[in-house]
Design a protein around this ligand. Structure first.
Ligand code: LLP
Length: 442
């Protein structure tokens, strides 16, 4: 049976459906996964990721744009391998993501390195690996890249990240293209730095990059940013400088609440209208749109609390597992894993066990009456879910599971608390002090 949940319009892309009254991701019952790995856990649909990738590729085919997946959205090795197999390049923002991406078998030649604060060691590793491009975010960073390339005797392929001063109209914490945001360089700064960089033999200045923000539900800011970008290309070329590549960033939004969300076909049309004839190789860096709808976070109801106006349902997942509600006030729709068409009579507030009042997933209407032991799936958690998790309150990282048809496989096992403790060491003076009292630390 199809999912009829008024606040979950991304269902069509998620791979979720009810079968035999149990919520399934593709053909796998989430109850079976819960019985095998215990809750909480993340679970991703391969088919959803694959079809999103194919749809986006097709939407961009008329302009010949290539895709570099934003690894920060979901860096699990199996997810990266799946996307690499489909032909995706990777957009990374740290040395850790470089290691992750290479470990997943993605070719270095398809990697773009973005981010405002690349350390020299990270730049060195990226150049040695032979990545496709480094996006420069300041004149000072340009000097660091040139130094490292000279030391290594290599030529660094660089693009300048342009800050077009366009408001993406998204949550302020994930808006990156306004002039006071910390990202990118103004057109003026780029005109100077580009000309200077073009004279340095250790740099191969290939073009420009832009990324104005994430979760854009209105495509018009893209049109504005890409129009400014096209103008900057013309100005640079007018000064005799060569611009051969443009990286258009990520940011295409998805519907978390059933409201309207952009179509990638419309996005493709904007790219075509603004940059189609510009004579540059184009790349996009989406994260959320490719993997967000593909994931669920499955949790078990622990307790019901009646105090206050809205009853509270305490579940075993928390803000450390999924930070988005606490950080951005975002709402992830919740579906009962055991199908029940009878709605409870009152909205409920769903909260996790972490000791912070912000550890609330949201207030939900339309769920069935819940009891301890029931399972719920928070939807659209394939992007910025597991990748942003922390171990706050000494809660170990939860497993990630990948589904393919009727098979599932644990692609990251549950962390053990002992693995958290192993990094920590008591000081010598504490050991000595305790020993004097006849006690030991471990
Ligand atoms: N390229 C660059 C340079 C970026 O900074 C980002 C995201 C992307 C691409 C991918 O953007 P996407 O297509 O996923 O929107 N934690 C936040 C989102 C932070 C996005 C940071 N940069 C959230 O959970 O909403």
């Amino acid at each position: 049976m199809d999912i009829r949940h008024e606040r979950f319009s991304a269902a069509s892309r998620s791979g979720l459906r009810y079968g035999d009254a149990a919520l399934r991701l593709e053909d796998v019952s989430l109850e079976d996964v819960a019985a095998s790995v215990a809750t909480p856990f993340y679970c991703y649909s391969s088919a959803s990721i694959r079809s999103a990738y194919e749809r986006l590729s097709q939407a961009l085919a008329p302009v010949g744009a290539s895709i570099c997946f934003a690894v920060k959205a979901n860096g699990n090795l199996s997810v990266l391998s799946l996307l690499a197999e489909l032909g995706s390049g990777m957009d990374i923002v740290s040395g850790g993501e470089l290691e992750r991406t290479l470990a997943a078998g993605a070719p270095a030649a398809g990697i773009v390195f973005s981010g405002v604060g690349k350390k020299r060691g990270e730049i060195r590793d990226a150049l040695k690996a032979g990545i496709h491009q480094i996006n420069v975010e300041s004149a000072a960073e340009l000097d660091a890249i040139a130094d490292v390339a000279r030391e290594l005797g290599l030529r660094a392929p660089v693009a300048f990240r342009y800050n077009p001063d366009v408001d993406a109209g998204t949550h302020t914490k994930i808006s990156t293209g306004r002039k006071d945001d910390k990202f990118g360089m103004s057109g003026e700064e780029i005109l100077d730095a580009y000309a200077r960089a073009a004279t340095l033999p250790e740099l191969d200045v290939v073009g420009l990059a832009v990324h104005i923000g994430s979760q854009l539900l209105d495509l018009e800011p893209f049109r504005q940013a890409y129009t400014h970008l096209a103008n900057l290309v013309m100005t640079l070329r007018g000064r005799g400088l060569s611009v051969t590549r443009l990286d258009l960033g990520g940011g295409i939004g998805i519907s978390y609440d059933g409201g309207p969300a952009p179509d990638v076909e419309d996005y493709g049309a904007i790219v075509s209208a603004t940059l189609g004839g510009i004579g540059c190789a184009l790349t996009v860096e989406p994260g959320r749109w490719l993997v967000g709808p593909a994931g669920v976070l499955v949790t078990e109801v622990l307790y019901l609390k009646e105090a206050g106006e809205t009853p509270t349902v305490i579940v075993d997942a928390a803000m450390n597992d999924l930070m988005r509600p606490a950080l951005y006030g975002s709402l992830h729709a919740a579906l009962p894993v055991r199908q029940n068409e009878v709605c409870g009579d009152r909205p409920v507030r769903i909260a996790g066990p972490v000791c912070e009042s912000s550890d609330i997933f949201g207030t939900y209407a339309g769920l069935p009456a819940l009891s301890a032991g029931d399972l719920l799936a928070f939807t659209c958690t394939g992007a910025y879910g597991a990748s942003m998790a922390s171990t706050y309150n000494a809660r170990a990282l939860v497993p990630e599971v990948l589904v393919e048809g009727n098979r599932f496989r644990v692609i990251r096992r549950r962390q053990e608390t002992a693995e958290l403790l192993v990094l920590e060491e008591p000081t010598q003076w504490q050991i000595a002090g305790l020993a004097a009292e006849g006690r030991a630390v471990r």
